[in-house]
Design a protein around this ligand. Structure first.
Ligand SMILES: NC(=O)C1=CN([C@@H]2O[C@H](COP(=O)(O)OP(=O)(O)OC[C@H]3O[C@@H](n4cnc5c(N)ncnc54)[C@H](OP(=O)(O)O)[C@@H]3O)[C@@H](O)[C@H]2O)C=CC1
Ligand SMILES: CC(=O)C(=O)O
Ligand SMILES: [Mg+2]
Length: 432
């Protein structure tokens, strides 16, 4: 552990501090270049944009630029540690946006817990960005912030902890159900965590067929039941059960699925043993899950076990969502990210997990073999096919729903452009 800590801090400190920088995309070597990049030449695109705002797409970096915005009130599962402390995570999101989907990011950490102030600041910044990714903003404020910004902005606004998480979790659930032969309409599901991630995942589970009466949601006070007075809000109220269950331990007995989006180590061996046959456990709290991978798999050999971490099988993490969803949305100039676009992303991920896995993916994971089954229910983040499957699905859904201001006409050319983006990060021979 000490060694890991040293390596991680060293990774962040050297050779330069932090994880991301800004690079020019045009030459600036000569006086002529300077005349074009800056004054007097720059006046010309200024006038073009003033006359027709849609040309900002052509003359500036806006359409490939996403704001990753946090106030640090729910940093991973570490809690409210403030805006400045959230910066390593937000820079990390920037790295993943770039590495996996060639999207540029400015990370912006805002020193306010006032939703109205945060909304006003983001709205004021709309001319700068092609999209806004809200991150690690705690519930319930995150819901009002996102809902309002979606209404008042003409660019996609997406709270990653809500929808990115829900999309991957839904893809994982669909495949885990297929492997265990269970049906969404019949399963008993326990959620631990009724915040940004929990509420959004639960809503998507309902649209996949899970029944409200079979979904027990818990928060830091235990089961959310009808009539509970303390620690409630209107988002939790939707999932309040008419039940005598009061604790997580009560809810776990006989359940088929456990979704953890809360805190580390809150699920015991006994709770896992009390679940039904072939339990599905997505313990997604970061950096440490609700029950460790080692304890869960040592306790039950019939468990399908997933965590949010990179170092165990089945990483259910929104890294498989936000880069590709924004890639598709930006490329068609989507004004919003709709339910249809989210569902298209989840279906694409679930389907890709059933395809044979190419060598480049195995190489990225020390030569390990992957095939669809209980230890491989969603694609790996280092799978260069995800961009084509997921971003294309999202772009198509945006067009079908009338949300695209710049619809794609030539899908083969679009697929080639996505491959070209990936060639910046993988060499061509690896991708073939
Ligand atoms: N793997 C992934 O891709 C992702 C994982 N996550 C993880 O999910 C967790 C929650 O994130 P997020 O929803 O954004 O945070 P929020 O702050 O919005 O919500 C946290 C929720 O967890 C509940 N909670 C806290 N402690 C406990 C506990 N001991 N037992 C039961 N519930 C508890 C809170 O209860 P109360 O309402 O009573 O305060 C609240 O409902 C974090 O660990 C985060 O890392 C989040 C996004 C993506
Ligand atoms: C992965 C992520 O976004 C989180 O844990 O908050
Ligand atoms: Mg997050």
């Amino acid at each position: 552990m000490e060694r890991f800590k040293k390596d991680v801090l060293n990774y962040h400190c050297t050779p330069v501090a932090g994880k991301i920088q800004v690079m020019p995309t045009k030459p600036c070597q000569t006086a002529d270049d300077l005349s074009m990049a800056y004054t007097p030449g720059v006046a010309l695109p200024v006038q073009e944009i003033a006359a027709d705002p849609s040309t900002a797409r052509l003359h500036t970096s806006r359409q490939n630029l996403v704001a990753v915005i946090s106030n640090g009130t729910a940093i991973l599962g570490l809690g409210n540690l403030g805006a400045l402390a959230s910066k390593p995570v937000m820079e990390g999101k920037g790295v993943l946006f770039k590495r996996f989907a060639d999207v540029d990011v400015f990370d912006i950490e805002l020193n306010t817990e006032d939703p109205k102030k945060l909304i006003d600041i983001v709205k004021i910044m709309e001319p700068t960005f092609g999209g806004v990714n809200l991150e690690d903003i705690k519930a319930p404020e995150c819901f009002e912030i996102e809902e309002t910004l979606i209404d008042i902005c003409n660019i996609p606004v997406f709270h990653d902890d809500q929808h990115g998480t829900a999309i991957i979790c839904a893809a994982g659930l669909v495949n885990a159900l297929e492997i265990t032969g269970k049906k969404a309409e019949e399963i008993k599901v326990v959620f631990n965590g009724a915040g940004a991630a929990g509420i959004s995942c639960a809503k998507l589970f309902i649209s996949l067929g899970v029944k409200y009466e079979n979904l027990a949601m818990c928060d830091s006070r235990g089961v959310i039941y009808k009539g509970r007075a303390k620690g409630m809000n209107k988002y939790k109220e939707i999932f309040a059960l008419d039940t005598d269950l009061r604790t997580l331990e009560d809810a776990m007995k006989g359940s088929d699925v456990f979704i953890g989006v809360s805190q580390k180590d809150v699920v015991t061996r006994e709770m896992l043993l009390s679940m039904a046959k072939d339990p599905i456990v997505f313990a997604m709290a970061n950096p440490d899950p609700e029950i460790s991978y080692a304890l869960a798999t040592a306790t039950r050999d019939d468990v399908i076990m997933a965590t949010g971490r990179s170092d165990f099988p089945n990483q259910i993490n929104n890294v498989l969502g936000f880069p590709y969803i924004f890639r598709g949305a930006l490329d068609v100039g989507a004004t919003k990210i709709s339910e249809g676009m989210k569902l298209a992303a989840a279906k694409a991920l679930a389907a890709l997990a059933k395809e044979p896995v190419p060598q480049v993916v195995k190489d990225a994971y020390n030569g390990r073999e992957f095939s669809f089954g209980k230890n491989y229910i969603v694609p790996k983040p280092f799978d260069p096919r995800v961009i084509e499957w997921e971003s294309v699905a999202v772009a198509k859904a945006a067009i079908e729903e009338g949300l695209a201001t710049n619809p794609i006409k030539d899908w083969d050319a679009y697929a080639s452009s996505l491959r070209a983006r990936m060639e910046k990060f993988w060499c061509r021979s690896e991708l073939n």
